[in-house]
Design a protein around this ligand. Structure first.
Ligand code: HEM
Length: 406
């Protein structure tokens, strides 16, 4: 403790790049919630908040906590975002509001439910490859493949290019332990920009029935009421964001479904008996093990939080993945309970940037779980063979989850 009775940094240390901690960050987050609700990390020069109410209020207050330099600590620290990689996620109102109005049309309940049958067919194909076998990797063979197939279909990426897109997108998101230099990230991102620019040029010449063509035809309404088409750079940035934001996070959610239900087999039995509980189980797993870790913002004005001043120009990290285990919000938070009544959780973020793809992620996760339980009502995880992925401070989850299904 320091002289003011506060827990000091030496006593409580949260390093967003400590991959050993990624395996189970919840005990540290609980201590931050209880003992240091406004946490200060001198080493990487940021503040962090973990309590449900603090994170919710902070994410809503975009005037104080700005997204204009991106939403990840290493992106903010990496200097100005190259123009070619500026996207909806790294902007505030009013530009963000107009762009979001236009792009949210891609995620109406109707357009998402149109993807139900194709998602189910992909899930069935992937899982049927393993019926009759005694083991397979639930993430490598299933969870990491399904979201890419769905998004590629939605966007209209040609079949032959899908593996290339999956590999390159993974490479862009991957971070070696300790890697903070953003050069490699920007180089791979530029490769994707050039691929999508060519795809857009093809559709400009010959429109098709896919989201890329729809984006070219769409008009954005400016603040003064005038309208214009999206520039190529805006369309490319959005496509690139969808293929990365939608792939990695949903793949990790499917992995968390596989691991969490193996840890709580009694809850899995309930789902086999009562499949109507599956949508609520998806929300509960999102609360219990959120795939997206934390959201960083640049502080735009001095602000007093828990009695301390966080100065203008500082970086605030909202650890929304901690909030699902806040006992102030969720009783008995370390227990998975598929019938839990969840009024809301913050695993898709909150406020102006709340995840646009949440309806699609929910649909994919529900179908993945339905189709899994139809084929395999029980499985065990080979915990020794599991690997937790390293994607900077943004995403947490398994890249390998070997399971036994006999
Ligand atoms: C389980 C899966 C997913 C999780 C946990 C997740 C999480 C998040 C979070 C936390 C944010 C807020 C970012 C911020 O405040 O800075 C976000 C934004 C976003 N997500 Fe997702 N996401 C998932 C799936 C998807 C999918 C499937 C798509 C689309 C195909 C998608 C597209 C987006 C977009 C476009 C934004 C930016 C919205 C904006 O800036 O207004 N996400 N997501």
């Amino acid at each position: 403790m320091d002289t003011a009775g506060r827990v000091t940094a030496e006593e409580l240390h949260w390093d967003p790049y400590d991959y050993d901690l990624h395996r189970d960050p919840h005990p540290v987050w609980r201590r931050m919630m209880d003992d240091a609700p406004l946490y200060r990390n001198e080493q990487f020069d940021f503040w962090a908040m973990t309590r449900f109410d603090d994170v919710l209020n902070g994410l809503v207050d975009w005037r104080t906590f700005s997204s204009a330099q991106g939403d990840q600590l290493e992106i903010i620290r990496g200097g100005p975002i190259p123009e070619s990689q500026n996207s909806i996620i790294s902007n505030d109102a009013p530009y963000h509001t107009s762009l979001r109005r236009l792009l949210s049309r891609a995620f109406t309940p109707r357009s998402v439910s149109d993807l139900e049958s194709v998602t189910r067919r992909f899930a069935q194909e992937l899982l049927d490859e393993h019926s009759g076998s005694t083991s397979f990797d639930y993430v490598e063979d299933f969870g990491s493949r399904l979201p890419g197939m769905v998004i590629a279909t939605m966007l209209g990426i040609p079949d032959g290019d899908r593996e290339y897109i999956r590999r390159t997108t993974d490479e862009q998101l991957h971070r070696e332990p300790g890697e903070r230099d953003m050069q490699r990230h920007h180089r791979v991102a530029a490769e994707l920009v050039s691929y999508y620019s060519e795809q857009l040029a093809d559709r400009r010449a010959k429109p098709r029935d896919d989201m890329m063509s729809a984006l070219l035809a769409a008009e954005i309404t400016e603040d003064d009421g005038s309208s214009r088409k999206l520039t190529d750079a805006e369309a490319v940035a959005f496509i690139k964001l969808l293929s990365s934001a939608g792939n990695e996070t949903t793949a990790k959610l499917i992995g968390w479904i596989g691991s969490s239900l193996a840890k709580f087999p009694g809850e899995r039995v309930k789902l086999v008996k009562h499949p109507e509980l599956i949508p609520n189980a998806v929300e509960e797993i999102l609360r219990y093990e959120p795939p997206a870790l934390c959201l960083a913002r640049v502080v735009r004005r001095d602000v007093v939080l828990h009695g301390e001043v966080v100065p203008e120009g500082g970086v605030m990290v909202f650890i929304q993945a901690a909030t699902g285990r806040d006992p102030r919000q969720f009783p008995d938070p370390d227990r998975l309970h598929v019938e839990r009544k969840i009024e809301r959780h913050l695993s898709f973020g909150f406020g102006p940037h709340v995840c646009l793809g949440a309806p699609l992620a929910r649909l994919e996760a529900r179908i993945a779980l339905e189709e899994t339980l139809l084929r395999f009502s029980e499985w065990d995880v080979d915990w020794e063979g599991c690997e937790v992925v390293h994607t900077g401070s943004a995403v947490r989850g398994y890249s390998k989850l070997p399971i036994r299904v006999d």
